[in-house]
Ligand binder design. Sequence first.
Ligand SMILES: *Cc1c(COP(=O)(O)O)cnc(C)c1O
Length: 391
Amino acid sequence: MQTFYRDSWVEVRLDAIEYNINQLKQHIGKDKKIYAVVKADAYGHGDTQVAKAALDAGAAALAVSLLDEAIRLRECGFTCPILVMGWVRPQDASIAAEMDISLTFFQEDWIKEVKNLDLANPLKLHMKWDTGMGRLGIRSVEEMQVLLKEVQEDERLILEGIFTHFATADDSDAAYYQEQQKRLGEMLTEFKALWQDQVNVHTSNSAASLRYPGNEEDFVRFGISMYGLYPSPVVKGERQIELQPAFSLHSRIVHVKKLKEGECVSYGATYCATEDTWIATVPLGYADGWIRRLQGIDVLVDGKRRPIVGRICMDQFMIELDKEYDVGEQVTLIGRQGDEEITADEVAAYLDTINYEIPCMISERVPRVYKSNQHIVDIENSLSTNSRKMM
Ligand SMILES: *Cc1c(COP(=O)(O)O)cnc(C)c1O
């Protein structure tokens, strides 16, 4: 376990991750398996800790975006299936094969280049179908035929899965989603006529697995809701399952003073006291991901909402207090104090963005403290030399 010497930290509740997976399992039924999506350092929560909690709770496999993310998980000792959902350079497929990492493919040139490589082990592949996301994937049955022939010709290549991704599963209007389902159905019919071997089909992200639990598939890819956030306000309104947020962000007051009327705070002196006012300094700033546009948002102190005043600096910001507090008083930026709560959804709305961005934007300079049933079980501090090779 690492340690840290600053008074700002992220708390990640691993029991919430497990709770959310258990809620999903009940919702989709026990025959369906779960890819725990842990790309982008598990949406900023910490990949290895989340991956372990997810697998302990019954997820069958892990999904990431980058080969580097998959290799890191393998090197940390994860032996479960790992899928890279993004595009990987064809020449890097040999490393994937060596480490038993499954890759996504959809281009004829790509598969031809891979077939020219020396592969130490069989390479597991998932064919991506673009049924309307317009990002990655084949779009026609002709392309499918070409790719299947390429795979069939080379016994080192194993078609492990086929998948697609929905663009609007979190939307109140289901028309585009239904279009994608229709396209998927057509391609699946053709596929089944061409391919007899068993493959794993997976289509649903969090939104689709919450709203359409009866989708015909072997796996779902569970991301944002594993972390306890609803994919959109629409889905939050429907609340198919209860979720517990895993992520919270805290700090502690490091300085308190009383400003007199007319005295100002921070760069640009954008805030000036209109009467005698208690002001506290909080040691977290835009270099930690608490970006300048969050000026004015509330934080929690002593179970009450207090506003950030003046510009947010690189490492610090100031808040207006209702009374004098001691140095060391806890400040909660995301999370709960008593009856008050500031959610990632609220921060996202303040920034006019989606909740996915909020935990992702809290930089790794902020240590992550992992808790399970109120107990600290691990601490990750990216600045600790424990985690770095020295020069
Ligand atoms: C990120 C991602 C997911 C997970 O989506 P959530 O909305 O977070 O559940 C699923 N599939 C693909 C292809 C992704 O890139």
